[in-house]
Design a protein around this ligand. Structure first.
Ligand SMILES: Nc1ncnc2c1ncn2[C@@H]1O[C@H](COP(=O)(O)OP(=O)(O)OP(=O)(O)O)[C@@H](O)[C@H]1O
Length: 373
């Protein structure tokens, strides 16, 4: 297989603003040519600051940034091989769509004929042929955003940085633009570094997602891996819905671990854990099955407390003996399950994903816990 080329490399970058608060903490990240990489995180976690450091609008406090193999520290934004598309569109209101898109080429003194050819190509790419004479005020939000992206793409940047570009659009348009952007990115083969706080958007569009939390990267991997194998409790809770148990590893064999949680012992999957280690266990709601009789594997008694019908599934909330609530997403039809029913909750060991507990790695009262049945 062809070796992937690193196009942007963040090497231990940090950012401290004047108020002495470190908002980006020692981030290492390689982004590959042609990749759609999303930095995903809650408001204030440091996403925009990271993007602005790549673009050159903000200096790094320490660390290095390489674009296409060369350090860009001290290189001004316009000399970096990256362009940025902002949520606010940043279009020139007095210029037509054509002139807004052509702007970067005019500055570079490209010939009129070539400008015409390249702008026409962009207009068809963003599906706005025939709109070239309009002013930004005569466009819808989605159309303005497409012009803003075309303007950022016209110079053939190696990398396009997108800061919540769809944030101002309504849900329907947002979903449509997500697909359009993804198609456009694959067609052009340009690397996209995309910022969003919307996990569904990140899962839909990205080749890889970097989850950022309080200035650090919690996990960088494919959307599927992020959902199926969250590495931290934060990621498990931030991406999709989850049931999280706190427990201690009682025993392990080659395939699975037995983890003691408050309501009993459960079989989990996870490598590299030792007996006595404190862990979290994450089980997704759609992996939990409801049965009438106790099973031989993971099977905990519970009572159905709440049911929500959402059209394509039934969501149940069940309560374990210790009061812990479990979410179950049922796409099969358990029509005969009702509120107040005493049931058993089951799941496969492979779907109970273990996560390290960094605050208290080893159990202090492990001998007592060993007795938990
Ligand atoms: N120029 C600045 N001076 C001081 N602090 C700043 C400055 N810019 C941002 N911050 C702070 O740095 C932190 C990270 O901000 P940043 O804009 O990178 O977050 P974000 O993850 O992009 O958030 P959002 O999704 O809300 O845009 C915030 O606490 C913010 O208040």
């Amino acid at each position: 297989m062809k070796e992937k080329k690193v196009i942007v490399s963040l090497k231990g970058i940090s950012k401290t603003y004047d108020n002495d608060v470190k908002v980006v903490k020692n981030i290492d990240l390689d982004i590959y040519e042609g990749e759609f990489l999303t930095i995903l995180g809650a408001s204030g976690c440091g996403k925009t600051t990271t993007l602005r450091m790549i673009a050159g609008f903000e200096d790094v406090s320490s660390g290095d940034i390489c674009i296409d193999g060369s350090s860009v520290i001290g290189v001004p934004p316009y000399k970096r091989q990256v362009n940025t598309a902002f949520q606010s569109y940043a279009l020139f209101p007095h210029l037509s769509v054509y002139d807004n898109i052509a702007y970067g080429l005019k500055v570079k003194k490209v010939s009129k004929a070539e400008i015409h050819e390249r702008v026409s190509h962009m207009l068809s790419l963003i599906r706005l042929d025939g709109y070239e004479k309009r002013k930004p005020a005569q466009l819808s939000g989605g159309q303005k955003q497409r012009v803003s992206i075309a303007r950022a793409l016209i110079n053939n940047p190696k990398v396009l940085l997108l800061d919540e570009p769809l944030g101002a659009l309504d849900l329907n348009l947002r979903k449509q633009m997500q697909l359009e952007l993804k198609t456009m990115q694959k067609k052009l083969g340009i690397t996209f570094i995309y910022i969003t706080h919307d996990q569904e958007e990140a899962l839909t569009m990205s080749d890889r997602i970097a989850v950022m939390h309080k200035g650090i990267l919690e996990q960088v991997c494919s959307p599927k891996e992020l959902y199926m194998k969250p590495k931290t409790k934060y990621v498990a809770e931030f991406i999709g819905e989850s049931n999280i148990f706190e427990g201690v590893v009682k025993d392990r064999n080659s395939d699975n671990c037995t983890v003691a949680i408050e309501s009993g012992n459960i079989l989990c999957s996870g490598d590299g854990y030792v007996a006595g280690q404190m862990v979290y266990v994450c089980i997704r709601p759609e992996k939990v099955r409801i049965t009438r009789k106790a099973g031989s594997g993971n099977s905990l008694p519970a009572e159905i407390k709440e049911q929500i019908f959402t059209g394509n599934m039934m969501k149940h909330i069940a309560v374990l003996s210790n009061g812990h609530e479990i979410k179950i997403a049922d796409i099969a039809s358990y029509n005969d399950i009702n509120i107040g029913d005493k049931v058993y909750l089951e799941w496969d060991a492979k779907d109970a994903v273990m996560i390290k507990n960094p605050t208290s790695p080893m159990a202090e009262n492990f001998d007592t816990l060993r007795g938990v049945q």
